[in-house]
Design a protein around this ligand. Structure first.
Ligand code: MG
Ligand code: FE
Length: 168
């Protein structure tokens, strides 16, 4: 028998590891982008959101008598993707990065949706509220990336066509 709270704590620690990975992926992307100012600006905004999400998760774990964990399990697999994107040097890295960024946000959306359900079942209203405040930020970042995908691709193709530095 396992108390729902045990699972909740485990998943909160995974979410913290996920947000650490999000931070390093987003920072790597933002620092490399040169010719796509609106994408860079939106990523920088999401770095700020990601740092405050980490603080919120730390608060939840602290209240539950636990602490953040190192990357493990599922988070480790997402981490591998994040690292691949962060260190990308392919010629179309801006496009591949936007696609991978969108996928990462969907992973976060599903993770917080699961956490909200777990917090509800465990009767932890504070954790539920905390995750409910984070979820819209992930939905919105994913939505923004999808909505702006066509213009990122168009800008990339045009820069590439006229021989300008296009990759990032
Ligand atoms: Mg996040
Ligand atoms: Fe996110």
């Amino acid at each position: 028998m396992t108390d729902p709270k045990e699972h909740l704590i485990d998943w909160l620690r995974n979410a913290y590891a996920m947000e650490k990975q999000a931070e390093s992926m987003l920072k790597a992307q933002a620092s490399r982008l040169e010719h796509y100012p609106s994408l860079k600006g939106r990523i920088e905004q999401h770095i700020d959101e990601t740092l405050s999400q980490q603080k919120l998760l730390e608060g939840c774990l602290d209240r539950l008598g636990s602490s953040p964990s190192a990357i493990k399990d599922l988070a480790a697999r997402v981490a591998a993707m994040g690292q691949a994107v962060g260190g990308m040097t392919v010629s179309d890295e801006v496009v591949k990065g936007a696609i991978a960024g969108f996928v990462f946000e969907q992973f976060e959306v599903a993770s917080y949706t699961a956490l909200i359900a777990a917090a509800k079942t465990a009767g932890d209203a504070d954790t539920q509220r905390c995750c409910e405040s984070i979820l819209p930020q992930e939905i919105e970042m994913g939505r923004w990336l999808l909505e702006h995908m066509p213009e990122v691709v168009a800008a990339y193709l045009e820069r590439s066509r006229v021989g300008e530095d296009a990759k990032r």
